[in-house]
Design a protein around this ligand. Structure first.
Ligand SMILES: CC(=O)CC(=O)SCCNC(=O)CCNC(=O)[C@H](O)C(C)(C)COP(=O)(O)OP(=O)(O)OC[C@H]1O[C@@H](n2cnc3c(N)ncnc32)[C@H](O)[C@@H]1OP(=O)(O)O
Length: 448
C-alpha cells in the first residue's frame, strides 16, 4: 500500500471526488511544552497524585500560552501506574485545570511511550482536520503506585458490596484467611515473564556485549548535557516549579567516571557474564508530569503563537520477547528503519536523535543493532547495516538517565525539548524513539 503522505493524498483528490475522507493532510505544529521538574520517587512529590501533577503540568502550559478558559480540541494523556479510581485521569486533570471544562480529554496507554503516543494521537487528529488544537500529556508517580489486594480479599469485598444483611457480610468475611489480607506490593515486572525491566535489559545487554564503560560514559554524557542545558536556561520556558522543586532532582552534575565506576551492579547478577547495569546507568524511579501544546497552523496564527516544529510521522513496532526471541526493549530497533524508509530518509538526514534512556544499555543495544550487518540483514531485511549515528547528535540536551523517567511523562519531556532544540538551532529534523514495556516501541519524526 502506498504511504499516506501529503503528496499522495493531494494526488488522490482528483481520482475520487465522492470520497468523504479528508482530501489533504495539514501540518501539526508543536507550539511548546511544560512539565513539572521530575523528582526522585518517595521524596518531594511523595504525597502528590498523578492527577495533582498532571493538573499542574497543564496549568503551567495554560499560563505560558494564555489558554485560561480556552476550549481546546482534545487532550490526550495517561499514566502507566494508575489507580482503579482514575477512570479517566486526563479528563479529571483538565477539569481541575484552568482550561475550559468543555475541553474533551481521554486516557490512553502505551507503557513508557504513553506520553509520545498522546502527542502523536493529538498531532494526527490535527493533521486530519478533526481538531484545531490539543495537548498530549502524561504523568506517573512511582511514589503513589497502586497497591493491590489478594484475589480472595477482592472477591469478598465485592461480595460484601452486594450483600443485604449483616449475617451475609459476616459469612463472606469468615472466608478470609490471614494471608488473604496481605497487600500486594507494586512491581515493574513483565506480566508474561515475571522479570523486571532491568532483568530483561540485563539479558539483552549481555547478548549485545555492551560494556560497563560504555554504559557509564553514556550516563555521564546525559548528566553533563542535561546540566549544561539547565545552566544555559534551555529549560526555563519548558519547566514550571512545583511543590518547591525548581530543577529535576535526579540530575547529578557532579557525576564522574570514577563515581559511576564505583557503583555495584543491580541487575543481571544471575547471568554468567559480568553484570554491568548499576543505579548510575539505569533510570531511577521518578515522579513527574508533562504536557505539549499542538495546533494547526491557522490556530497558531490566530493565537499569535509561533510553531517550534512539526510532528510529521510516527511508527510503532513490537517484538516477541516472551520466548526470548528478541530483547524486551528492542522494538525501536525495528520501528526506526521502517519510519526512515517510509519517509525516504537515512541517518544522514537526521540532525538530532532523541533516544529515551530507559537504561544506558538500551540505547547502546539499539545503536549496536543498527550498526550490525547481521541484524540488519536477518532481522530487518536490509541489504546491509543501517549505519552509525554521530554521537554528537545523540540526546544533546541530556535524557532520562539525568532527567529521571516518570514513565508516561517522558514522551512529553522529549518532544517539547527536541522541538525547542530544532527551533533554537535552526536544524531541520529530529528522530524520537521510546522503548516500552510489553516489547513495544514508538518512534516519530519532528521537523522544523
Ligand atoms: C517501563 C517501560 O515501558 C520502558 C522503560 O523505560 S524500562 C525502564 C523502567 N525503569 C525502571 O525499571 C527503573 C529501574 N530503576 C530502579 O529500579 C532503581 O532506580 C535501581 C534499582 C536502579 C536503583 O535503586 P536504588 O538502589 O534505590 O538507587 P539509589 O539508592 O538512588 O542509588 C544507589 C547508589 O547509587 C548512587 N548513584 C546513583 N546515580 C549516581 C550517579 N549518577 N553518580 C554517582 N552515584 C550515583 C547513589 O548515590 C546511591 O549511592 P549510596 O548507596 O552510596 O547512597
Amino acid at each position: 500500500m502506498k504511504p499516506l503522505t501529503e503528496s499522495t493524498l493531494q494526488a488522490s483528490k482528483g481520482e475520487n471526488m465522492t470520497t468523504t475522507q479528508p482530501q489533504h493532510i495539514r501540518r501539526a505544529a508543536i507550539l511548546g511544552g511544560n512539565r513539572i521538574p521530575f523528582a526522585r520517587a518517595h521524596k518531594e512529590y511523595a504525597r502528590a497524585s498523578n492527577q495533582d501533577m498532571l493538573t499542574s503540568a497543564l496549568d503551567g502550559l495554560v499560563a505560558r500560552f494564555g489558554l485560561a478558559g480556552e476550549r481546546l480540541g482534545e487532550v490526550a494523556g495517561g499514566a502507566v501506574l494508575k489507580h482503579s479510581k482514575d477512570l479517566n485521569l486526563t479528563r479529571e486533570a483538565v477539569l481541575g485545570s484552568a482550561l475550559a471544562p468543555t475541553t474533551p480529554a481521554f486516557d490512553l496507554g502505551q507503557a513508557c511511550a504513553t506520553g509520545l503516543e498522546s502527542v502523536v494521537t493529538i498531532a494526527q487528529k490535527i493533521r486530519l482536520g478533526q481538531i484545531e488544537s490539543g495537548i498530549g500529556a502524561g504523568a506517573d508517580s512511582a511514589s503513589d503506585a497502586p497497591i493491590a489486594v489478594s484475589e480472595e480479599l477482592r472477591q469478598v469485598l465485592l461480595e460484601i458490596n452486594r450483600t443485604k444483611t449483616i449475617s451475609q457480610r459476616l459469612k463472606a468475611i469468615a472466608r478470609l484467611r490471614p494471608f488473604d489480607l496481605a497487600p500486594q506490593a507494586p512491581s515493574n515486572g513483565e506480566a508474561r515473564t515475571g522479570k523486571s525491566m532491568g532483568e530483561h535489559q540485563a539479558l539483552t545487554t549481555a547478548e549485545w556485549g555492551i560494556t560497563r564503560e560504555d554504559q557509564d560514559a553514556l550516563a555521564l554524557a546525559s548528566h553533563r548535557n542535561f546540566a549544561a542545558a539547565w545552566d544555559r536556561g534551555f529549560f526555563d520556558d519548558l519547566v514550571t516549579p512545583y511543590l518547591g522543586v525548581t530543577r529535576d532532582t535526579n540530575l547529578r552534575p557532579d557525576s564522574t567516571p570514577e563515581s559511576l565506576a564505583k557503583l555495584s551492579p543491580v541487575f543481571g547478577r544471575e547471568l554468567r557474564a559480568e553484570p554491568t547495569m548499576t543505579a548510575g546507568n539505569s533510570t531511577p524511579l521518578t515522579d513527574g508530569a508533562s504536557a505539549v501544546l499542538l495546533a494547526s497552523e491557522d490556530w497558531a496564527a490566530e493565537h499569535g503563537l509561533t510553531p517550534l516544529a512539526y510532528l510529521t510521522d510516527a511508527e510503532a513496532a513490537a517484538v516477541d520477547f516472551v520466548d526470548g526471541e528478541e530483547g524486551l526493549l528492542m522494538a525501536p530497533a525495528y520501528a526506526v528503519p521502517r519510519l526512515l524508509e517510509r519517509n525516504g530518509l537515512t541517518f544522514a538526514d537526521i540532525d538530532v536523535f532523541e533516544i529515551h534512556e530507559a537504561f544506558a544499555s538500551t540505547v547502546l543495544c539499539h545503536l549496536a543493532a543498527w550498526e550490525s550487518e547481521e541484524f540488519c540483514r536477518e532481522k530487518l531485511g536490509l541489504p546491509g547495516a543501517l549505519g552509525r549515528i554521530d554521537r554528537a547528535k545523540l540526546n544533546p540536551n541530556g535524557s532520562s538517565l539525568a532527567a529521571g523517567h516518570p514513565f508516561a511523562a517522558t514522551g512529553g519531556r522529549i518532544v517539547a525539548s527536541v522541538a525547542k532544540h530544532l527551533h533554537e538551532t535552526g536544524q531541520q529534523r529530529a528522530l524520537v524513539s521510546i522503548c516500552a514495556a510489553g516489547g513495544q516501541g514508538l518512534t516519530a519524526i519532528i521537523e522544523a
